[in-house]
Ligand binder design. Sequence first.
Ligand code: HEM
Length: 392
Amino acid sequence: MANLAPLDEEITLAQLDLDPYPIYRRLRAEAPVVRVRAAGRTLLTKATDTKYVKDQPGIFSSDDPNTPMKRAFGAHTLMRKDGAAHLRERNAMAPAFNPKVITNDWMPRYEAIARDYVSRLPKGEVIDLFPALSGPYAARGLAIMLGMDEASDDEMQRWSQALIDGAGNFGWQDAPFARSDAANAEMNALLDSLQARHRAEPNNSALAVMINADDPIEESQIYANIKIAIGGGINEPRDALNTVVYGLLTNPDQLNEVRRHDDWDKAFEEAVRWVAPIQASSRLVTEDTEIRGYLIPKGDTVMTIQASANRDEELFENGEVFDVYRAKAPHQAFGNGPHFCMGTHVARRAVGKVMLPILFERFPNMQLPDPAKVLWRGFGFRGPITLPVLLQ
Ligand code: HEM
């Protein structure tokens, strides 16, 4: 019988929140499979292992009843289902993410929003790009493609944060659930009020395609999955935009090359490799199994650390460095397997193709006056929490 993976009792959640990368680098070298007491989970930090786990949903289930996510969403979303039940709900929403629909319906809207929001930014001042642009841009685009244009940017961001905080409320405190309950009530009321419009005028938004399907899924699941898109579709494009702007402004040579060759999409891809907006995912182990010779017992929860996989020395030379022109290798920022991110193409295009060229055209000499003022946070989700830039 194989041994359990080594137990680490030193790593704290606070360290992982502040800067997990030196820890992951050490773990990849010394203990790529490790039980971290503070996280209550087995962490996997090598790219082969994180991909393997996500590609084996029969052994590593997404349906983990031990997380507060169900409580926060008041529902069992598609993200926490397996097999046919998962596919049925994923397929229900898929027409809104079809590449043609993205090109014809969503990108013209994203472009109009990008121009509008960038044109409102003041010239010659230092402003925090996070609240002034990245957050609202991600919120507005998502509201439109989900079919809830009536929600304000502030509401979308507040609901998203309430769902995330609730889903991450592993201490089962009352206050985060009170906030997610209030957000759910507001979202439900809005979704109820939107049904008549979408029935009268069918369109390609996620809400409309699910409501108007020939064989629709249950209304409760339509709402639950709209909410998973709200909880999982704002902060990642926002953090990716902040990260890529930081990466380019701190590497002016690369910015010049990117500008010259119109390589904004490459810059986006490198940014999400470098600092994955979703750093870690959990899977519940359904049968005794082994990884790297260690016993992973049934009932254990493993965490795939895609943040670490994306810097794995076996795939990436100098992975700690932002380098748009590095040798190409597959990163895992959008996950793997049946739960691969539904918003991949939307996010790539909304940030890489649309926003970056518009932003750098309007402010060709944008600068980071003090890179040390850019604070990075996050263990589950990660990105700059402030991005003060001089717009010029
Ligand atoms: C840079 C931007 C984004 C990144 C890095 C990202 C990353 C991810 C990752 C890693 C997963 C898989 C989680 C897991 O395996 O447990 C995921 C799932 C998902 N993402 Fe994204 N995401 C981004 C943008 C978006 C956007 C814009 C939307 C919606 C418009 C979206 C909708 C979803 C949905 C619905 C799922 C669940 C899919 C399923 O369970 O089958 N994402 N995302």
